[in-house]
Design a protein around this ligand. Structure first.
Ligand SMILES: [Zn+2]
Length: 259
């Protein structure tokens, strides 16, 4: 079994591909990685404890075909929702983690994902633990309409409250982070990290080009562009993510907690 890299077309044995955390060994392009695989690679062995694993959203609008599509996404990914939340230790440092998975309904945020994210933030606040969230999302879950958009305000309010209590929030943006997720919790990190060459923006480049009737500059909305313009603090290749996060957690663990 081999995996063909969508960026360079080279084939890699599946075991090697996964050992490289879905980063192409030939060209270095960062391809989607399952939330569970990301968390397992990041956390110390035996420390990962999933939270609210069975929490799911509803179908508040009784949207045609939505229930069937949801069932198919669950079957395909083995996940119940687009986000996995957990507690774990990174190089001995405890943290609360939330990881959106672009392979589940494009990582879109509906009521289920929004609630899981909010609960993770509130848990981190109450337990006085640092919070690390990985975003990968097409935005709000259209099939849940306004209920989906409400998750933007809910998650943002939870981050604001966590921040008021002195919590450390590290936001990691991965390909693609767009729409309602960019416009809410993903952009609110105390420290903003990104994987290389990730698309990060609100509206996608095609929509912007059609709206303004102009060609966009090369690399527009990619991680490197966002770092150049001050939105991203550091670009971190996936292979170095554990080391960088461990260092950041160590640097901040002596911080004074405000009450
Ligand atoms: Zn490649």
């Amino acid at each position: 079994m081999t995996v063909t890299c969508p960026a360079c077309g080279r084939e890699t044995a599946q075991a090697v591909w996964h050992a490289h955390l879905c980063v192409c060994p030939a060209c270095g392009s960062h391809q989607p990685i399952a939330a569970r695989a990301r968390l397992t690679a990041l956390c110390d062995e035996g420390t990962l404890a999933e939270m609210n694993a069975d929490l799911v959203g509803g179908d508040p609008l009784d949207f045609p075909g939505y229930a069937k599509k949801l069932a198919a996404q669950r079957e395909k990914t083995g996940m119940q929702e687009a986000v996995m939340t957990a507690t774990g230790r990174i190089d001995g440092h405890p943290a609360v983690l939330a990881v959106l998975d672009a392979q589940f309904f494009m990582g879109s945020m509906g009521t289920g994902a929004g609630e899981k994210i909010t609960r993770a933030i509130e848990y981190a606040r109450d337990a006085q633990l640092p919070l690390i969230m990985f975003s990968a999302s097409g935005g709000a879950r259209m099939q849940e309409g306004f209920f989906s958009l409400m998750q933007m305000a809910k998650t943002s309010a939870a981050v604001a409250d966590f921040s008021d209590k002195g919590g450390l929030y590290i936001s990691v943006l991965t390909h693609p982070t767009t729409g309602g997720v960019t416009a809410s919790f993903a952009s609110l990190g105390d420290i903003m990290l990104a994987e290389p060459n990730a698309l990060i923006g609100f509206a996608g480049p095609r929509v912007i080009e059609q709206t303004i009737g102009q060609r966009l500059p090369e690399g527009f909305q990619r991680s490197e562009f966002q770092q150049e313009h001050g939105f991203i603090d550091q670009i971190v290749p996936r292979a170095q993510m554990r080391t960088v996060l461990s260092r950041l957690l160590r640097l901040h663990e002596g911080g004074v907690k405000r009450t």
